[in-house]
Ligand binder design. Structure first.
Ligand SMILES: *Cc1c(COP(=O)(O)O)cnc(C)c1O
Length: 398
């Protein structure tokens, strides 16, 4: 059976369908099967093997298995990267990256607006446990990054759009600054997904995806990935997959592989629904503010237009002209949109982030009264707008 090859000239949808898949050599099935095995047959002389190695022919699923490898091939193609490691969650992809690339005495600059685990890891755990120096910086301002770089800076880590405020950082400009200083740039691309933004093409060295979100897209599996140059990925694979053990299960890798096939189709709907809803909300008197990179009123709109493609992602934040309890009553009045954390699922998810968030001091002024993070799903936009409309009326804000 000949192995099909898919070149880089192919379009994103073609890659989403075909890359990582092939005819199964055993059965002739045109979908690769799930291989729920912990261990693989050894070569004639196994004493030659390095038990801590990974990649290549699988020997033990913690070092790499069939379904992980297929998913890695798909993600490499979608992000335009040389190599990829898939792991058990987005957070282990992030912590595995920091663990593998930073040692005590090194310095990292990271975004003020990030997923909460990044804040905890870099503000507390890495400095306390490993003696890593860290600077939390407003990365929407390149001059602040420039001022924070030290001789021992090894990595700049940004998230754009940032969770939960949708802050935008300029990937191309920051990657230029990083490389002028011999520093690596890693970008958490979870809010955009590779359909909407490809950081490696903009000069970043490493891109992180929580596969749990848009790439799987169906809210039924967790996973994470880091994509970038082979030598960097090999280090993360060996330190964080083989030796820390952050391995994804073959079943979850298979589910995510299946979900990723429709990523471009789903993202088109997420992006257009989110823009329609942001524009609707912005016109409502009962709405205190709307933050969405697709709106001209967003501080990062011009940069977002340059570095995001096909839209601006499916997540927006907004607050009501109302007190804490009214925000909760608004959510209770919703009939289609579900109150739950996570994002990037097929269904719309909303979460109220109240005033006691310890990171409130890092958010812009308008967020201080509490706000919603709203992951707009792929339902009909008209139904979602209708749901928001009736909930605003129910709490007396329309
Ligand atoms: C959810 C999320 C993560 C963490 O991913 P998990 O798969 O939940 O571990 C990291 N970064 C961003 C931006 C996220 O939204």
């Amino acid at each position: 059976m000949t192995k099909r090859s898919y070149g880089n000239h192919l379009g994103f949808q073609t890659k989403a369908v075909h890359s990582g898949n092939d005819v199964d050599g055993e059965t002739g099935a045109i979908r690769r099967p799930i291989t729920m095995a912990n261990s693989y047959a050894l070569p004639d002389d196994p004493s030659e093997l390095n038990w801590s190695s990974s990649g290549g022919k699988p020997i033990y699923t913690r070092n790499g298995g069939a379904n992980q490898n297929y998913l890695q091939d798909k993600l490499k193609a979608l992000e335009g990267g040389e190599d990829c490691v898939v792991l058990a969650s987005g957070v282990v992809a992030l912590s595995g990256l920091f663990f593998a690339l930073l040692r005590s005495g090194d310095h990292i600059v990271f975004s003020n607006i990030t997923y909460v685990a990044v804040y905890r890891l870099l503000k507390e755990l890495h400095p306390e446990k490993y003696g890593v120096e860290t600077s939390l910086v407003d990365t929407s301002d390149i001059e602040k990054i420039r001022a924070a770089i030290r001789p021992n800076t090894k990595l700049i880590h940004i998230e754009t759009p940032g969770n939960p405020t949708t802050q935008i950082s300029n990937i191309a400009a920051i990657s230029k600054l990083a490389h002028e200083n011999g520093v690596l740039l890693s970008v958490d691309n979870t809010f955009a997904s590779p359909y909407t933004q490809r950081p490696l093409e903009l000069g970043a060295d490493l891109v992180i995806e929580s596969l749990t979100k848009y790439i799987n897209g169906h809210g039924d599996a967790m996973g994470g990935a880091v994509i970038g140059a082979r030598l960097l990925i090999e280090k993360i694979r060996s330190d964080s997959m083989v030796n820390l053990g952050g391995t994804i299960s073959p079943f979850n890798a298979w589910l995510i592989m299946r979900g990723a096939v429709t990523l471009p189709l789903r993202m088109r709907e997420h992006n257009s629904n989110a823009l329609a809803i942001a524009e609707y909300l912005e016109k409502k008197d009962g709405v205190r503010f709307v933050a969405y990179p697709g709106l001209e009123s967003h501080k990062g709109h011009e940069v977002a237009k340059k570095q995001m493609m096909n839209g601006f992602g499916g997540v927006l934040s907004f607050g009501l002209n109302a007190d804490h309890d009214t925000h909760n009553r608004f959510v209770s009045a919703l009939q289609i949109i579900t109150s739950a954390v996570s994002l990037g699922h097929d269904e719309s998810l909303i979460v109220f982030l109240g005033e006691n968030d310890e990171r409130q001091y890092l958010y812009p002024e308008e967020f201080h009264g509490g706000f919603f993070r709203f992951s707009v799903g792929i339902e009909n936009a008209s139904d979602l707008i209708q749901d928001l409309d009736q909930a605003l009326k129910a709490v007396g804000l329309d």
